[in-house]
Design a protein around this ligand. Structure first.
Ligand code: FPP
Length: 236
């Protein structure tokens, strides 16, 4: 069995789901919130330690104002409906991304959820919100350079660089799932996914179920992970 502590998900396909159901794109995001609630509970039940979900990227600001402001209202929809349930399930909320451009009221809702759940010891539900990997890496490199110049760090190494990433306190990502069939990373966790296994499914995020998650995990469990080494039992 491969260890499975951390699953990251690119929750894609809300727009296509809405179109196929003759609904506005926002209805796809709304359905996506419900699915996230279910998958959070299920992943927690499976004993997964961390679930990082790509909820809003630094590039998503290019979408229509209507869609962007709807997505900014999703944390309120999610937490006002489910904070009690998240507490009952011992789920802890965390966030990665650039807080600066996020509207104050959205940030407050997220910060309240982080504070309320901070002592929970079950699954960490980590929202990548206004997150972009290149932005994260450049910011980390700048802070690292300044600390090095000021003598606050004396070794330039992968271990110490890791402390400058948003994900510094999280386990390594074991499995990346992308729904909606596209084969790309979309600026998500470029550094952190170095040795993760990728599973892309055709299922659109609003149709994602516990059974689809089970299938993804089964594919993952059938992969031979060697982290760049070699399986010595193979003959050539
Ligand atoms: C991508 O689908 C999805 C998003 C940009 C938003 C994802 C957000 C959620 C599922 C809810 C997050 C929940 C909270 C509480 C913040 P798309 O619109 O790009 O779909 P398409 O590729 O079919 O157009």
């Amino acid at each position: 069995m491969n260890t499975l502590n951390h699953i990251a998900i690119i929750m894609d396909g809300n727009g296509r789901w809405a179109k196929a159901n003759h609904l506005p794109r926002t209805a796809g995001h709304y359905k996506g919130v419900e699915v996230l609630r279910n998958i959070t509970k299920y992943a927690n039940k499976l004993g997964i330690k961390c679930l990082t979900v790509y909820a809003f990227s630094t590039e998503n600001w290019k979408r229509s104002m209507e869609e962007v402001s709807y997505i900014m209202s999703l944390p309120k929809i999610f937490f006002s409906s489910y904070i009690k349930e998240l507490m009952e399930n011992n789920v802890r909320i965390m966030i990665i991304g650039d807080r600066d451009r996020v509207p104050e009221e959205t940030m407050k809702v997220i910060d309240d959820a982080i504070e309320t759940t901070k002592n929970n010891t079950g699954l960490i539900l980590n929202f990548a919100f206004n997150y972009g990997s290149r932005d994260e890496i450049v910011k980390a490199a700048k802070a690292y350079a300044i600390d090095y110049k000021d003598g606050k760090v004396d070794d330039l190494s992968e271990e110490s660089f890791n402390n400058y990433l948003y994900t510094k306190d999280l386990p390594e990502v074991d499995l990346l799932i992308r729904t909606g069939s596209q084969m790309r990373l979309s600026n998500f966790l470029l550094y952190q996914l170095a040795y993760s296994e990728f599973v892309v499914v055709d299922t659109l995020w609003p149709d994602f179920t516990n059974e689809v998650l089970d299938e993804c995990i089964e594919i993952y469990q059938n992969r031979k992970r060697n982290f760049g080494g070699r399986d010595e039992t193979e003959s050539n």
